[in-house]
Each structure stands twice: as C-alpha cells, then as structure tokens.
Design a protein around this ligand. Sequence first.
Ligand SMILES: Cc1cc2nc3c(=O)[nH]c(=O)nc-3n(C[C@H](O)[C@H](O)[C@H](O)COP(=O)(O)O)c2cc1C
Length: 221
Amino acid sequence: MAETPGSGLDFVFADVDKATRYKLLSGVIVPRPIAFVTTLNEDGVVNAAPYSFFNVFSDDPPLIVLGLQRKPDRTVKDTTRNIELTGEFVVNMVDEPLAAAMNDAAADFPPGISEPEVLGLALAPSNTTRVPRLAAAPFALECRKTMSLAFNASRELLIGEVTGLHARAGVLDTGTLRVDFAAYRPVGRLFGDLYTRQTEIFALKRRTPEEVLATRPNDTE
Ligand SMILES: Cc1cc2nc3c(=O)[nH]c(=O)nc-3n(C[C@H](O)[C@H](O)[C@H](O)COP(=O)(O)O)c2cc1C
C-alpha cells in the first residue's frame, strides 16, 4: 500500500494479502444484491443459503452469475454440491422481512439439514425447475446451470440461465411490469455484517452527446 499525504491510498493487488483484498473488494463494490439460493439434494432435502457475489449478467440470453467459494477445509458448500448434482437452483431475492432468516441460513448447517425447515420458511413449487422457491420471497428466479469456471481450488464462477421468474403479488405492476420498490423493499449487502435498505430513489435521464456537451462546455475552450 502506498500513501501520499492528501492523495489517498493506492494498492497493487499482487502485493496485497487475501484478507485485505476481500476487505477492499467487498467493502468497495456495494451494495450487492443477495441471492438466497434454494437447491435440492439427492434425497429431496431443500437447502437455502445466501450469496452476494451475485448479479445479473445478461438479459439475452437471460444469465445470472454466482461466486461460489469453498469452505476453509476446501470442501464444497451444499449449494455448489446440489447444483452440480441437479443442474438447477432458484435465486430468491431478499427483502427486509426475509433479511434475518437469510442471515441465519448462512450458518454452516451440515449437509442434509434443510435451512428452510429449521428457519420455518415455507416453500412453494416452481414452474420450470424441480427446486422449490421460498414462498415469502418478493421475487424468485428459476435457474439452470449453464457452465461454471473454476479459477483455483476454492473459487468458482457459476453461470445460470433464468428459465422462469415468480413475482409475489403486489411487487410488479400487472400492466406495466414496473417494480414497485415500496412493496419490494430490497436489502443489499455492504461489508461484513452490514446491510442497506432501499430508502431513496432518484432519476437521471439518459442524454445524447449533444445534450451533454450543451450543458458541460469544455473548460479549455
Ligand atoms: C449476505 C451473505 C452473503 C454471502 N455471500 C457468499 C458468496 O457470495 N459466496 C460464498 O461462497 N459464500 C457466501 N456467503 C456465505 C454462505 O452463505 C455460507 O458459507 C453458507 O453456510 C453456505 O451454505 P451452504 O453450504 O448451505 O451452501 C454469504 C453469507 C452471507 C450472510
């Protein structure tokens, strides 16, 4: 790390240890959406766990990405194992009422223990996957694994195709399909145990280059 007084801090990542890289990247790239992922194991037990190395990647094809880490002992997490087994999963989006259960589902329950059952989260059938969704979730994205990229022994990027979407009653306008953010109340992840609510919204209209230049004259002219 280099510090020039008054000029901020500079990091060359080749010289930065793993814990610091995590602290920087997960603290800086915020807020992150949270995928509360449900999967099925070979006995039909429903697993649920949160993943915030998550985002939409493309709408055509409709793809989402998940960053799956291994446990400290290098064994795979139940979510990873179940997706490998069945090729399917559901991303349940997290709102304020679901946040506490999402956090509890991150506890390292042994394989075969169903977090939805332990936490009293009701399930509902999906339309395009065998994996059920969380009934309380504002939105559920039904997904099938497209591919995964392993970067080292403990990091995998999983790409999933969205095959169906369920919206809870009231969160989408049935005519315009616009999201009602007051009804949705999404929660984002900051760093460590910190989260954020969607409290204020503002709009910025997209402008043409001519409109931008008309209101931002070049200083050198
Ligand atoms: C908000 C939040 C976000 C998380 N994001 C990730 C993530 O992106 N990748 C990951 O491997 N683990 C992540 N975790 C940790 C997993 O949820 C945790 O290891 C969990 O026990 C995995 O459960 P499973 O073995 O049932 O899949 C996150 C935890 C929390 C609370």
